[in-house]
Design a protein around this ligand. Structure first.
Ligand code: AMP
Ligand code: ZN
Length: 491
C-alpha cells in the first residue's frame, strides 16, 4: 500500500474482491460481529472468529483512533438449545446464560481480546425485534403461517448476493424440514417469530412468542450502531464462513427491507474454519477443544499467536505442535525483550517511524498476520542494515554479536514490537512472562538461587556458579546471565 491516508484493504465477501477500506465516517467506524449462543463453553474455532474480529478492531483503532471505532458483538441469550438445557438441568435460563456469557468474556480476555464497545443481549432488545418485524409485516415482506411469522424471500429480489444462493438457485431446493416447507410460501423463507416454548415468550402484536435467530442480529446492529445516524448501513460485518448462508443472507434481506437501504454492511469479512484433523471443529461433530481448557495449560498469547499463524481466509489446522511452535517463537521474542528491556523503555513505536509504517502495512493488507509473523525476510531485503541486524538478533537471540548497530537496531525492534502491540501480543512484562504461574515462595527461592550464581560469577567462583545453575536445572528453571546480572525463567 502506498496511500497512507487509507492504508487498509479487506477482502469483501460481498464483492468477492480485496478492496480498499473506506468508512462512511472516519470519526465513527462501525463493525458488528455475530456473538455466541450462551449455553456452553466456547471452543477454539469460535475463538478464531472472535480473535480475527479483535485484530480488525485493533487495526481500525490504530488507524482511526480508539474512540472512533464502534464494535458490537452480541450475546444470543434466547435460543431453543438454551431453553432445552434449562429444562434438562433445572437451572433457570438466566442462570445458564449469565454463567456462559461471563465465561465467554473471561476466555476471550484471556486471549487478549479487547471488550467490544457494545455487547447487546438479545433478551434486552426484544422490543427492537418486534418493531422491525412489525415494519416488515407492514411493508409486505413478512407473513403469518401456523403461529409463526416468516420473511417472504420472494419480496427481496437481491436475495443471495452474498452467498450465491439466489432465489433462482434456491427454487425447488429442499433446505428445510418438510413440516416447515408446508408452512412456508417459499422453501427459503425463514422464521422471524415463533410461538413460545416451555413458557418462554414475549407479547407482540402478532402473537406471544420468541424471535428467530436472524432477526436478533439485524435489530441489535441497528440499536447499537446506527439508531442515531442518518444511515442504517454499517461499515463492516464479520463472522465465520459458515454464517454466510443462511444467517448473513437473511440478516441482509430483513435489514435492507426494514431499513429501506440497498445494503446492510459495506464490507463483509468472513473467517475460514479452524479444523481438527480433516474436519471443521464443531459441537455437533463432537471434536471440540475448549478455550477454557486450553487456557489452563497454555498462556493466552501462545494460543492467540497460534490462531494468527494462518491467514484468516485460510483454514487453520489445530494441533499441539502448532501451540508448541507458537510458544517457542513467543519465548524467543520475550527473551529479546528481556535482554534489552532497559534500552527499549516504553516500546510502543512512533506512528510516523518508517520501519513501523512498513511493518504495519503488512497487517493493513487484508490482515495478513502470517505474512507479518513470518515475513520478516521480506523486510530484510528492503530495509536497512540495522533492521537486518535486529532480525538476526530476534531470530538468533544473539545480542552481543550485533551490538555495533545497537541504537538503530533498538529503533527497529521498537517498531517491530509496536506492531505486536497492535496485534495484541507481547502485552506482558517479559519477567512476568518467564515467571508465569510460579508461587511467591518458589519465586523467592528461584531469586535466591539466581543471586547466588550472580555473586559467585562476580567473585569468579566458577564451581559455586555451576552449582547454582545445576540446582536451578533440577527445579525446572534456567538461569540466564546478562549485563544486569543473573535472572531465571521457567525451562
Ligand atoms: P456459533 O456459536 O456456532 O454461532 O459460532 C460463533 C462464531 O464462531 C461464528 O462466527 C462462527 O462462524 C464461528 N465458528 C464456529 N465454528 C468455527 C470453526 N470451526 N472455525 C472458525 N470459526 C468458527
Ligand atoms: Zn448474526
Amino acid at each position: 500500500m502506498t496511500d497512507q491516508t487509507h492504508p487498509l484493504t479487506l477482502y469483501n465477501s460481498l464483492t468477492r474482491t480485496k478492496e480498499q477500506f473506506v468508512p462512511q465516517d472516519p470519526k465513527r467506524v462501525t463493525m458488528y460481529n455475530c456473538g455466541p449462543t450462551v449455553y456452553s463453553y466456547a471452543h477454539i474455532g469460535n475463538a478464531r472468529a472472535a480473535v480475527v474480529a479483535d485484530v480488525l478492531f485493533r487495526v481500525l483503532r490504530h488507524i482511526y483512533g480508539e474512540d472512533a471505532v464502534v464494535y458490537a458483538r452480541n450475546i444470543t441469550d434466547v435460543d431453543d438449545r438454551i431453553i432445552q438445557s434449562s429444562k434438562e438441568t433445572g437451572f433457570p435460563i438466566s442462570e445458564i446464560t449469565e454463567k456462559y456469557a461471563r465465561i465467554y468474556n473471561e476466555d476471550l480476555a484471556g486471549l487478549n481480546c479487547l471488550a467490544p464497545t457494545h455487547q447487546p443481549h438479545a433478551t434486552k432488545h426484544i422490543d427492537d425485534m418486534i418493531a422491525m418485524i412489525s415494519d416488515l409485516i407492514e411493508k409486505g415482506n413478512a407473513y403469518e403461517s401456523d403461529g409463526h411469522m416468516f420473511f417472504d424471500v420472494s419480496t427481496y429480489e437481491a436475495y443471495g448476493a452474498l452467498s450465491g444462493n439466489t432465489l433462482d438457485a434456491l427454487r425447488g431446493g429442499d433446505r428445510v424440514g418438510e413440516g416447515e416447507v408446508a408452512r412456508k410460501r417459499n422453501a427459503a423463507d425463514f422464521v422471524l417469530w415463533k410461538p413460545e416454548l416451555h413458557g418462554v415468550g414475549w407479547d407482540a402484536p402478532f402473537g406471544r412468542g420468541r424471535p428467530g435467530w436472524h432477526i436478533e442480529c439485524s435489530a441489535m446492529a441497528k440499536a447499537t450502531l446506527t439508531e442515531t445516524l442518518e444511515t442504517d448501513v454499517i461499515d463492516i460485518h464479520c463472522g465465520g464462513v459458515d454464517l454466510k448462508f443462511p444467517h448473513h443472507e437473511n440478516e441482509i434481506a430483513q435489514s435492507c427491507c426494514a431499513n429501506n437501504e440497498d445494503k446492510f454492511a459495506n464490507y463483509w469479512v468472513h473467517n475460514e474454519f479452524l479444523n481438527m484433523g480433516s474436519e471443521k471443529m464443531s459441537k455437533s461433530l463432537g471434536n471440540v477443544t475448549l478455550v477454557h481448557d486450553l487456557l489452563k495449560e497454555w498462556d493466552g498469547e501462545v494460543i492467540r499467536l497460534a490462531l494468527l499463524k494462518a491467514h484468516y481466509r485460510s483454514e487453520l489446522n489445530w494441533s499441539e505442535d502448532l501451540l508448541r511452535e507458537s510458544k517457542a517463537q513467543i519465548d524467543g521474542w520475550y527473551r529479546s525483550l528481556l535482554l534489552r528491556k532497559k534500552e527499549l523503555g516504553d516500546f510502543y513505536s512512533d506512528k510516523s517511524d518508517s520501519h513501523f509504517i512498513n511493518m504495519t502495512n503488512l497487517l493493513f493488507d487484508d490482515l495478513d498476520t502470517p505474512e507479518w509473523i513470518g515475513g520478516v525476510s521480506d523486510f530484510s531485503e528492503k530495509s536497512t542494515e540495522e533492521f537486518e541486524s535486529v532480525i538476526s538478533i530476534i531470530t538468533e537471540n544473539n545480542w552481543e554479536r550485533n551490538s555495533t548497530n545497537l541504537a538503530g537496531a533498538i529503533g527497529v525492534l521498537k517498531a517491530f514490537l509496536g506492531t505486536f502491540h497492535i496485534l495484541g501480543l507481547l502485552q506482558k512484562d517479559p519477567e512476568e512472562w518467564f515467571k508465569g504461574n510460579t508461587s511467591s515462595d518458589d519465586q523467592a527461592e528461584f531469586d535466591a538461587i539466581a543471586k547466588r550464581r550472580e555473586t559467585a560469577r562476580a567473585a569468579k567462583d566458577w564451581p559455586a556458579a555451576d552449582a547454582a545453575r545445576d540446582e536451578a536445572k533440577a527445579l525446572g528453571i534456567v538461569l540466564e546471565d546478562g549485563p544486569e546480572g543473573t535472572s531465571w525463567r521457567k525451562a
